[in-house]
Design a protein around this ligand. Structure first.
Ligand SMILES: Cn1ncc2cc([C@H](O)c3cccc(CNC(=O)c4cc(-c5ccc(F)cc5)cc(O)c4O)c3)ccc21
Ligand SMILES: [Mg+2]
Length: 214
């Protein structure tokens, strides 16, 4: 049967990237998406903004919602200090399988735990399953209509502390209007919008950074 786009992306990484070299994995995926098949990775332009925020926060605990093929997982994991706890959630088992292989090709398998499941089910389990009380950095890149319910879940579960940083992809395209309205109208968040473009295109998109004020 015909392969899937994530499987073809994995093959491109295994063929073109150097094992143990995260930069070459990132480049191989970007090349694949620019010259073979578009895919919904955060990409190089927004990825550089992601890099700068992760570096600035230098988090001890990280959560990513929406692993997909592991592109942003590799971008984040390659910047983390030793001992950082990094969890990424993916509901689609086929994506989990591809992502784990791409992360392993980058040599970052010991830096991150890919957990199969849905954010709504797993967020309330962070304390009991992973011993995490609060997250320093959260990257939202899953279903756009889940951004709002999940930030509310973080608040309800006490998973945010004064200074926790949330970074949301695609707030313009496909868009997360209810999420934007919530964080921008809430006195509990300080926000900054980073204008950019939809990965590998000229379409307008951007990232919203929200710092929890407690
Ligand atoms: C609940 N839960 N918990 C964990 C979890 C994990 C997933 C999956 O990783 C998954 C699967 C499919 C879609 C997404 C969201 N991503 C997108 O939809 C997206 C679209 C586009 C775009 C833009 C323009 C287009 F024309 C087409 C697609 C550009 C982007 O950067 C995206 O991130 C995420 C899903 C729900 C999950
Ligand atoms: Mg995205």
């Amino acid at each position: 049967t015909r392969s899937t786009r994530p499987q073809r992306m994995l093959k491109a990484v295994q063929k073109n990237a150097t094992k143990g070299n995260p930069e070459s994995v990132i480049s191989a995926i970007d090349y694949f998406c620019k010259h073979s098949e578009w895919a919904m990775n955060v990409g190089d332009e927004k990825g550089s903004i992601l890099d700068s925020v992760v570096t600035e926060v230098n988090p001890s605990t990280v959560l990513e919602l929406g692993t997909y093929c592991g592109y942003s997982t590799v971008r984040i994991a390659r910047l983390l200090s030793p001992g950082t706890k990094f969890i990424t959630l993916e509901f689609n088992p086929a994506n989990v399988t591809v992502a784990r292989q791409i992360i392993a090709h980058a040599g970052l398998q010991d830096k991150v735990t890919v957990v199969e499941g849905s954010s709504g089910d797993l967020i309330p389990q962070m304390k009991e399953r992973f011993g995490i009380t609060t997250f320093d950095f959260i990257f939202l890149d899953h279903w756009k209509d889940r951004y709002l319910p999940d930030i509310k879940l973080f608040e309800e579960c006490g998973l945010l502390r004064k200074g926790s940083v949330l970074l949301a992809d695609n707030v313009i395209c496909p868009g997360a209007p209810e999420y934007l309205e919530y964080v921008r109208n809430s006195p509990r968040y300080e926000n900054r919008y980073y204008p950019a473009h939809l990965e590998y295109t000229k379409v307008e998109d951007g990232l919203e950074k929200s710092v929890f004020l407690g």
